[in-house]
Design a protein around this ligand. Structure first.
Ligand code: MG
Ligand code: MG
Length: 246
């Protein structure tokens, strides 16, 4: 749906809080820190900004961020996992300001990482920006996924299809979905004031995933690395405006 100017202002503010959660957690990433400690860092940002969490309590999720190391794709529960030199860690954050949501994710290396891991991060982030560039008035929504898929597959990687992006506003997950691949139809026509969370999940190996016994963590079927980048973006008369940047 198309949001009004005052709604977009609130979403812009929520986006800034999410960007600050990214900055704070990124600065805290180091070998030896636990994912639970990263969750605490993110909680402090929410408190300082007077924002609510859209992750905490979502279908019973127990934290304000998701922390997904290495072969974990998304939805990891922060806990006792200790980050190790060479790990990849994907961190997904969200915030609510006056009822309006922001949602964004990034993947970072812990200390020195392999050339493959570094390339996966670069390709996944590039695929996100290729998708964002499609969020233009008059364009069709599924061009986003087509652009994401092109970048990821050109690098020899696969795009996860079990999980997708989404419209966002007064709820974190609104319709329509935003696939990270071409689903066979062009999808809705984009209009100024529409807001989406675009979030490619890119795997080094197979696109196939499964869910851990905790009911949350999503892991690659072959145990190979996965990365995840996400922003919340508005379609404007001047092109895409990314809300979840500092
Ligand atoms: Mg997210
Ligand atoms: Mg999302």
């Amino acid at each position: 749906m198309r949001r009004k100017a005052d709604e977009l202002d609130k979403m812009r503010r929520a986006g800034k809080v999410v960007a600050e959660m990214h900055e704070a957690t990124r600065a805290a990433i180091r070998p030896g820190i636990t994912t639970r400690e990263l969750d605490l860092v993110a909680r402090e940002v929410l408190e300082r900004r007077g924002a609510k969490s859209n992750f905490l309590g979502y279908h019973g999720f127990p934290a304000v961020i998701c922390t997904s190391p290495n072969a974990m794709v998304v939805h990891g529960i922060p806990g006792d996992y200790v980050l190790d030199e060479g790990d990849l860690i994907s961190i997904d954050c969200g915030a609510i300001i006056e009822g309006y949501h922001g949602d964004a994710a990034y993947t970072a290396g812990v200390g020195t990482i392999s050339a493959e891991a570094k390339r996966l991060i670069e390709v996944t982030e590039a695929s996100l920006w290729a998708g964002i560039d499609q969020l233009r008035e008059g364009n069709r929504l599924h061009e986003v996924g087509r652009a994401v898929q092109k970048v990821a597959e050109a690098a020899g990687y696969s795009v996860v299809k079990d999980y997708v992006g989404h419209a966002i506003g007064t709820a974190m997950h609104e319709e329509p979905q935003v696939p990270n691949y071409w689903p066979g139809s062009p999808g809705p026509t984009l209009k100024t004031g529409m807001v989406f969370a675009v979030e490619p999940m890119v795997n080094v190996g197979t696109e196939e995933t499964y869910v851990l016994e905790d009911g949350w963590g999503v892991v690659t079927q072959d145990g190979k690395l996965s990365a995840h980048f996400e922003h919340t973006i508005c379609v404007t008369d001047d092109g895409p405006e990314v809300f979840t940047v500092a």
